[in-house]
Design a binder for this molecule. Structure first.
Ligand code: BG6
Ligand code: MG
Length: 209
């Protein structure tokens, strides 16, 4: 029985995935690295530094210091974009799903690789909807490792088998499966056959509780 739902943040609760794309595009253009939507999809769920390594795959090597600078620069651009985010950027179906899940006494958590998760939730005024937040600040291994979801379940006081994970990233679905969670793919991950359930609207999550 599902007693908790763990939501990925970027690309599931709010479309900050587009802002990640815009910020990385600026960096890639400046250093002459190839970047497009397909490469961007590989960055979903992946940590900031690992994302940079993917973007730099076919470029000449950069020192660790240069890489740190590029990652910091990307984050500064991204944070400026996040500054314009408001609660109006949250879709009505997201609010409907969260409200109804709370109404049904289902515990809710965020399971995000992002170190900006707290800031984003504040911008979109959704912090109080979640009983727990597990993000890039409390993990040592990024998705597809299940750590971020295992911590979220632990914070909720639930076992993995009692929780569903909602993800737009293939890496997130792999993480959910590896951790023993019921995995739900949406957006890009709705095309991933490894997901236990594939949905096009977030309110479809209500079918499992
Ligand atoms: C994930 C995104 O949620 O967070 C990734 O899907 C991103 O694209 C990762 O790289 C880390 O985000 P941040 O905000 O810590 O740079
Ligand atoms: Mg995501």
């Amino acid at each position: 029985m599902i007693k908790g739902v763990i939501f990925d943040l970027d690309g599931v609760i709010v479309h900050t995935d587009e802002m990640h794309y815009q910020a990385w595009k600026r960096i890639a253009e400046r250093i002459g690295a190839e970047f497009n939507r397909e490469i961007n999809n590989r960055l979903r769920g992946v940590s900031r530094m690992e994302s940079l390594d993917i973007i730099l795959e076919n470029t000449s090597s950069f020192s660790d210091l240069d890489k740190q600078r590029l990652a910091d620069e990307k984050n500064a651009i991204y944070r400026r974009l996040l500054g314009s985010l408001t609660k109006n950027d949250v879709g009505g179906d997201v609010l409907e799903a969260l409200r109804e899940l709370r109404e049904r006494r289902v515990k809710l958590a965020i399971g995000s690789s992002s170190k900006n998760a707290g800031f984003i939730l504040k911008q979109i005024e959704l912090t109080e909807y979640f009983d727990a937040i597990s993000d890039g600040n409390n993990i040592t291994r990024s998705k597809p490792d299940p750590e971020v979801f295992s911590k979220a379940a632990e914070y909720l006081g639930l076992a993995a088998c009692e929780c569903a994970v909602v993800e737009d990233a293939y890496a997130g679905i792999d993480a959910a499966c590896a951790g023993g969670f019921y995995s739900i793919g949406i957006g890009d991950a709705a095309g991933y056959d490894r997901a236990d359930m594939r949905i096009s609207r977030i309110t479809e999550v209500l079918k499992i509780v």
